[in-house]
Design a binder for this molecule. Sequence first.
Ligand SMILES: [Zn+2]
Length: 440
Amino acid sequence: MTLTLNYCYRIYPDAHQEKTMLGWLETCRRLYNRCLREVKDWYNSKKCSLDRCSIKQEYIIPVNQPFPGYYNQQNALPKLKKEDPYLKAAQSQILQTTVRRLHEAIDFFRQRGYGFPRYKKYGSMRSMLFPQFKSNPITGWQIQIPKIGKMPINLHRPIPEGFVVKQVRVLTKAGKWYAVVCIQSDIDIPQRMPWGHAKGIDLGLESFLTTSDREYIARPKFFQELQRKLELLQRKLSRKQKRSRNRDKARLKVARIHAKIYHTRKNFHYQTAHKICKDSGMIFVEDLNLVAMNRGMLRKHTLDAAAWCAFQLEFDSSWVASAFGAFLNILENVCFKKGVYFAKVDARGTSQTCPACGTHTGKKELGERLHKCETCGYETHRDHAAAEVVRSRGIAALGLRDKENACEEEAAGTGSNISLAGTRSSRKAKSRGLSAPSKR
Ligand SMILES: [Zn+2]
């Protein structure tokens, strides 16, 4: 098994290097659009039947011409270079990876059924991938980029021993340059085994997350402030004359705010993930696929407009449906690093089940903040109840018994339902300030 990691560092090209790299990005963009054009033409030519003329569009592409796939287009690159000298200036491997990038996007479209790649506007190609290195490009405080040369790199985190640099993606964001270094190692890392204290997590729009241990992590305030700033700057930008220098300046300001939001969000996610991992051995979360997101999660909460904007900023604003996914990926990585077992459980109806007795309690109204079971009388915060359900589902999926309450279970001498009831009574006892039952 190989372990692959991506480390991101700031790099500092000089003015000449920056100009070259910007030129290459533009070359990549033009190549990308050109290849996309070819693919689109091919698709369009197949839309019309062979034996008649189309009213809308017609493309003169021979019927037996193969689909312009990755290999076809990559092999056509040398020929293209002869036709278009602008391609020659760029390093050849980044051109190949640009073509590959397009075809990865097309494959992704085929899997999902939507999101066909679009033409890239001027300046919207922001990264290029250098796929191969003969020797380690990072020497001390410098990084060697093919055909460009050495430039300073801020190695704020050393590359761990036993790792080899495989690829480097150079990208620019809000006027700054970064290198995402992909490192690989053959170290064998054992799978994380379930052990220790188990936690269930419920993600929400109102409070960021709730664990089954009654930890409530609130939605941070600074996203709303950043949102206001962003709105103001975007309004200013919209009033600037097109292609003017002032517009460029305003655009950079907006880009900087976006970058700041990105970094703040990432930082918050990592800090939260570490906080949760700190004293647990197993973590269970809801498996939020797209369907569950749209139907369940977003509908079970209501938010005013300002909070909604802040929420979008806090997660990835581009695609709200995968919003929680961004945090869950980070949480999974942190768990892996800390040796904590991480698993996803079925998300259906977590907010409609009583964690104490397992009965279906029916839909809760949006404003209803309390879980109150009519069967067993269990009362708690609704997010906490959902988190407890996630936790017990995770434990059940592992085929484990709830160890924390094993003694009670043995005393009662029956199945898993009792163990969950045990969870409840011990929690209740704790929350009332009574002494918790003794553990074995
Ligand atoms: Zn109940």
